[in-house]
Design a protein around this ligand. Sequence first.
Ligand SMILES: [Zn+2]
Length: 157
Amino acid sequence: MADTLTRQERSRRMASVRHHGTTPELQVRRLLHSAGLRFRLVSERLPVKPDIVLPRWKTVVLVHGCFWHGHCCPLFRLPGTNTKWWKNKIDTNIARDRRSVERLLEEGWRVVTVWQCALKGTTRLGAEELQTLLLKSIRGSAPAVEVSGRLASTRVR
Ligand SMILES: [Zn+2]
Protein backbone atom coordinates (compact mmCIF):
# COMPACT_ATOMS: atom_id res chain seq x y z
CA MET A 1 0.00 0.00 0.00
CA ALA A 2 2.76 2.38 0.97
CA ASP A 3 4.56 1.56 -2.27
CA THR A 4 1.47 2.39 -4.32
CA LEU A 5 1.13 5.76 -2.68
CA THR A 6 4.78 6.48 -3.26
CA ARG A 7 4.45 5.55 -6.89
CA GLN A 8 1.40 7.78 -7.29
CA GLU A 9 3.18 10.60 -5.56
CA ARG A 10 6.20 10.19 -7.78
CA SER A 11 4.19 10.11 -10.98
CA ARG A 12 2.28 13.18 -9.85
CA ARG A 13 5.55 14.98 -9.28
CA MET A 14 6.88 13.90 -12.67
CA ALA A 15 3.70 15.02 -14.38
CA SER A 16 4.07 18.46 -12.84
CA VAL A 17 7.69 18.64 -14.03
CA ARG A 18 6.60 17.68 -17.53
CA HIS A 19 3.92 20.30 -17.42
CA HIS A 20 6.50 22.87 -16.38
CA GLY A 21 8.65 22.10 -19.41
CA THR A 22 5.83 22.61 -21.89
CA THR A 23 4.85 26.22 -21.47
CA PRO A 24 2.85 27.57 -24.42
CA GLU A 25 5.89 29.59 -25.58
CA LEU A 26 8.06 26.50 -25.55
CA GLN A 27 5.46 24.54 -27.54
CA VAL A 28 5.37 27.23 -30.22
CA ARG A 29 9.17 27.51 -30.31
CA ARG A 30 9.48 23.75 -30.81
CA LEU A 31 6.97 23.77 -33.68
CA LEU A 32 8.80 26.61 -35.43
CA HIS A 33 12.19 25.07 -34.82
CA SER A 34 11.15 21.69 -36.19
CA ALA A 35 9.89 23.47 -39.31
CA GLY A 36 13.39 24.91 -39.77
CA LEU A 37 12.49 28.49 -38.92
CA ARG A 38 15.13 30.54 -37.18
CA PHE A 39 14.09 33.02 -34.55
CA ARG A 40 15.29 35.08 -31.65
CA LEU A 41 13.73 35.53 -28.28
CA VAL A 42 14.62 39.16 -27.76
CA SER A 43 15.31 42.16 -29.90
CA GLU A 44 16.26 45.41 -28.26
CA ARG A 45 15.06 47.45 -31.17
CA LEU A 46 11.43 46.50 -30.69
CA PRO A 47 8.95 48.74 -28.91
CA VAL A 48 7.52 45.80 -26.96
CA LYS A 49 8.89 42.49 -25.75
CA PRO A 50 7.44 39.74 -27.91
CA ASP A 51 7.90 36.04 -27.18
CA ILE A 52 9.48 35.13 -30.52
CA VAL A 53 11.11 37.36 -33.15
CA LEU A 54 11.61 36.23 -36.76
CA PRO A 55 13.77 38.94 -38.35
CA ARG A 56 13.81 37.29 -41.77
CA TRP A 57 10.02 37.61 -42.06
CA LYS A 58 9.90 40.85 -40.07
CA THR A 59 7.38 39.04 -37.90
CA VAL A 60 6.94 38.70 -34.17
CA VAL A 61 4.94 35.98 -32.44
CA LEU A 62 3.07 36.71 -29.22
CA VAL A 63 1.88 33.74 -27.20
CA HIS A 64 -1.05 34.82 -25.05
CA GLY A 65 -2.60 33.10 -22.06
CA CYS A 66 -6.37 33.25 -22.59
CA PHE A 67 -7.13 34.29 -19.02
CA TRP A 68 -4.63 37.11 -18.54
CA HIS A 69 -5.14 38.51 -22.01
CA GLY A 70 -8.94 38.19 -21.91
CA HIS A 71 -9.62 35.94 -24.88
CA CYS A 72 -13.27 35.28 -25.75
CA CYS A 73 -12.96 31.50 -25.57
CA PRO A 74 -13.81 28.57 -23.29
CA LEU A 75 -10.53 29.01 -21.37
CA PHE A 76 -11.56 32.44 -20.14
CA ARG A 77 -13.84 32.83 -17.17
CA LEU A 78 -14.03 35.91 -15.00
CA PRO A 79 -13.54 34.84 -11.35
CA GLY A 80 -16.71 34.81 -9.25
CA THR A 81 -15.10 36.79 -6.43
CA ASN A 82 -13.58 40.25 -6.79
CA THR A 83 -15.17 40.21 -10.22
CA LYS A 84 -14.99 43.97 -10.70
CA TRP A 85 -11.30 44.07 -9.84
CA TRP A 86 -10.53 41.20 -12.22
CA LYS A 87 -12.56 42.73 -15.03
CA ASN A 88 -10.63 45.97 -14.61
CA LYS A 89 -7.31 44.13 -14.55
CA ILE A 90 -8.05 42.06 -17.67
CA ASP A 91 -9.43 45.10 -19.52
CA THR A 92 -6.18 46.94 -18.76
CA ASN A 93 -4.21 44.01 -20.19
CA ILE A 94 -6.37 43.95 -23.33
CA ALA A 95 -5.82 47.68 -23.87
CA ARG A 96 -2.06 47.30 -23.39
CA ASP A 97 -1.95 44.38 -25.86
CA ARG A 98 -3.82 46.46 -28.41
CA ARG A 99 -1.31 49.32 -28.05
CA SER A 100 1.61 46.90 -28.34
CA VAL A 101 0.30 45.42 -31.59
CA GLU A 102 -0.34 48.92 -32.98
CA ARG A 103 3.21 50.02 -32.19
CA LEU A 104 4.69 46.93 -33.79
CA LEU A 105 2.57 47.41 -36.93
CA GLU A 106 3.57 51.08 -37.11
CA GLU A 107 7.21 50.01 -37.15
CA GLY A 108 6.55 47.65 -40.02
CA TRP A 109 6.45 44.39 -38.12
CA ARG A 110 3.82 41.73 -38.75
CA VAL A 111 2.26 40.27 -35.65
CA VAL A 112 1.11 36.68 -35.14
CA THR A 113 -0.76 36.15 -31.87
CA VAL A 114 -1.06 32.54 -30.75
CA TRP A 115 -3.74 32.00 -28.12
CA GLN A 116 -3.28 29.38 -25.44
CA CYS A 117 -6.56 27.68 -26.44
CA ALA A 118 -4.86 26.63 -29.70
CA LEU A 119 -2.36 24.70 -27.59
CA LYS A 120 -4.32 23.19 -24.72
CA GLY A 121 -7.67 21.87 -23.61
CA THR A 122 -10.52 20.58 -25.73
CA THR A 123 -10.11 23.47 -28.20
CA ARG A 124 -6.49 22.50 -28.94
CA LEU A 125 -5.41 22.17 -32.57
CA GLY A 126 -3.42 19.18 -33.75
CA ALA A 127 0.34 19.75 -33.82
CA GLU A 128 0.50 19.46 -37.59
CA GLU A 129 -2.47 21.75 -38.15
CA LEU A 130 -1.01 24.30 -35.74
CA GLN A 131 2.38 24.19 -37.42
CA THR A 132 0.85 24.67 -40.86
CA LEU A 133 -1.21 27.61 -39.60
CA LEU A 134 1.81 29.20 -37.94
CA LEU A 135 4.00 28.88 -41.03
CA LYS A 136 1.25 30.29 -43.24
CA SER A 137 0.78 33.23 -40.86
CA ILE A 138 4.50 33.93 -40.54
CA ARG A 139 5.28 33.73 -44.26
CA GLY A 140 2.03 35.35 -45.37
CA SER A 141 1.29 39.00 -45.97
CA ALA A 142 -1.46 39.79 -43.47
CA PRO A 143 -0.15 42.40 -41.01
CA ALA A 144 -1.82 40.84 -37.98
CA VAL A 145 -2.99 37.25 -37.57
CA GLU A 146 -4.52 35.49 -34.60
CA VAL A 147 -4.30 31.73 -34.13
CA SER A 148 -7.03 30.49 -31.79
CA GLY A 149 -8.22 27.07 -30.74
CA ARG A 150 -11.29 25.37 -32.04
CA LEU A 151 -13.90 27.22 -30.08
CA ALA A 152 -16.47 24.84 -28.68
CA SER A 153 -18.55 27.83 -27.64
CA THR A 154 -17.99 31.52 -27.88
CA ARG A 155 -18.06 33.34 -24.60
CA VAL A 156 -19.11 36.94 -24.70
CA ARG A 157 -17.97 39.04 -21.80
ZN1 LIG B 1 -8.44 31.38 -26.00
